[in-house]
Write a protein that binds this ligand. Structure first.
Ligand code: FBP
Ligand code: AFP
Length: 335
């Protein structure tokens, strides 16, 4: 049987699950942006897109050329769609309204245009993460940061594109998680996995162990128990992976289970974690929950956190429910 295109899938979602026309349009324009980013990523040095941009983002991080290019592509491809009232991006200090030359729509989009920046120049997996929120009060011309400060449970869509051996687009519209593989010969995304589930149990974990000495006690204890293997308290041997791009860790978990952790640590005591709540943790948490997994900050469900700033950070424990529940339990007992 012929594979279903992204467009056909969205037609079906509109008909069977009542997905609004404008949301389907927005997903198509995100997919177009991801195709363009993929093209730059794939050409690499041939397109002159590797290396540093010589600028810093709002988090004080040095921007790579591809961070900046991907941000321009995400803004440029989605602004004219008529589905949005505003944007927020890891690479932009302030939230932005849609230019007056374009019609406005009922949604806000937040994105990390290029996740896993340290992987760009080494030709390892990277991706684009996006989150879609309703615009309070409906479509409007001027948006403020306050409009964006909604908990992750309000997301009407979330997902990512991953640029690796294949380019895949994975998203949820609130009715499960589906994955699409890009066929470069045709220029189309095709549905290749539907009803994705995260297995409740796993023997695979992902955490940057070089920071072990900086972790808080519950994380130290948890990883010590995993490393103790089958004779330890968890009674089995665990394997470890670290791709240094959350997108790839999430994709692995959605493929074969696992737990991904980026905890708070004492390198910067005032920082609650490294990852950004609104355009990294929230979209991934929605995907995990839609696939039957979990996502907490160690104490509470990430999707229920009320954001105070668009660029705020959060600790992340996400993936297979048995592991996330276990490590969350260790934190709660300590609290
Ligand atoms: P960027 O969005 O700046 O690329 O950083 C986020 C991130 O790459 C995550 O995707 C990843 O899990 C983490 O940083 C890796 O950090 P570390 O330097 O500890 O390996
Ligand atoms: P395969 O060729 O069977 O995939 O295994 C080789 C390899 O992937 C190698 O490239 C890695 O360094 C190593 O296995 C990783 O193994 P663990 O992380 O599971 O120890």
């Amino acid at each position: 049987m012929a594979l279903m295109t992204l467009h056909q899938y969205l037609v079906r979602e509109k008909r069977e699950n009542g997905v609004p026309e404008e949301l389907a349009e927005l997903i198509l324009s995100v997919a177009d942006a991801c195709k363009k980013i993929r093209s730059k990523v794939t050409e690499g040095a041939l397109a002159g897109v590797l290396g540093m941009a010589g600028t810093e983002n709002v988090q004080g991080e040095d921007q790579k050329k591809l961070d900046v290019i991907s941000n321009e592509i995400m803004c440029g491809a989605n602004a004219p769609s008529g589905t949005l009232s505003g944007f927020a991006s890891e690479e932009m200090t302030e939230v932005m309204g849609v230019l007056s030359e374009y019609p406005v729509g009922p949604y806000l989009i937040l994105f990390d245009p290029l996740d896993g920046s340290s992987n760009i120049d080494i030709n390892a997996p990277i991706g684009t993460i996006f989150s879609v929120l309703p615009c309070p009060g409906g479509a409007k011309r001027s948006v403020t940061e306050k409009d964006f400060l909604q908990p992750g449970v309000n997301q009407v869509a979330a997902g990512y594109a991953m640029y690796s051996t294949q380019t895949q687009l994975v998203f949820t519209l609130g009715h499960g998680v589906s994955a699409f593989t890009f066929d470069p010969a045709v220029g189309e995304f095709y549905l290749t996995r539907e009803h994705i589930t995260v297995s409740p149990s796993t023997a695979e974990f992902a955490i940057n162990c070089s920071n072990m000495r900086h972790w808080q006690k519950p994380v130290q204890q948890y990883v010590k128990e995993l490393l103790a293997g089958e004779t330890g308290p968890r009674g089995k041997n665990y394997n470890m992976r670290w791709v240094a791009a959350m997108i790839a860790e999430a994709h692995r978990i959605l493929s074969r289970g696992g737990i991904f952790i980026y905890p708070k640590d004492d390198r910067i005591p005032s920082r609650p974690g490294k990852l950004r709540l609104m355009y990294e943790a929230n979209p991934m948490s929605l995907l995990m929950e839609q696939a039957g997994g979990r996502a907490t900050n160690g104490l509470q469900r990430i999707l229920e956190i009320q954001p105070e700033k668009v660029h705020q950070r959060v600790a992340v424990f996400m993936g297979s429910s048995e592991e996330v529940d276990y490590v969350t339990g260790l934190h709660r007992r300590q609290d």
